[in-house]
Design a protein around this ligand. Sequence first.
Ligand code: FMN
Length: 186
Amino acid sequence: MSKKVLIVYGTRYGATEGTSEEIAKVLRSEGLDVRVVNARKEKVKDISGYDLVIVGSGIQMAKWTGAAENFLKKFQKELASKKVALFVSSGAQALIEYEKKTEEIEKVRKQYLEDKAVKYNLHPLSMVIFGGVWDFNQMSFLFRKTLASLKPKIEEAGFKETKPGLYDTRDWDSIRTWAKEIATKF
Ligand SMILES: Cc1cc2nc3c(=O)[nH]c(=O)nc-3n(C[C@H](O)[C@H](O)[C@H](O)COP(=O)(O)O)c2cc1C
């Protein structure tokens, strides 16, 4: 029987949903039985039947979504002894990398991932920061105004609008490579 994988994600703007579906596609092509759950829309009741649990979240103001964080909290005991992987969608990552701010890269990795693993006593197979989506159309007026100064930086880092006001910094190849590695490790 195929091994069972649960992917639980939290999203505010949709990027983490797309990333989760892509991870699922790769894992399925590797023969795994994968269920993908939006943590805000569906409450997972039991994780005992899964061989691997992948938890992902979008980052806003350096924070995970409440729904993804609540999933970690709720199942922390079971997750501590399970195979787990964590990922986040971060709009800032590509900019930090472009500017080669090494200290900042380490700081956000600790803040977004390592601290989370420590907080919930997890020992993930892998933790990774993927790119996110800057969608200026979906932001509140205040956020749009505050973050407008980022647009030139995003463009300087090499990203073009895919639609007016939307910049997708996800690197699909690195997402697929990570998913393949997870399938192999696991
Ligand atoms: C108001 C706001 C604040 C954000 N803060 C951060 C941040 O602190 N760090 C970061 O890496 N990205 C930040 N981002 C970019 C998001 O990580 C990016 O939009 C990501 O795709 C969100 O994932 P989601 O679409 O699944 O919610 C922010 C975006 C918005 C709109």
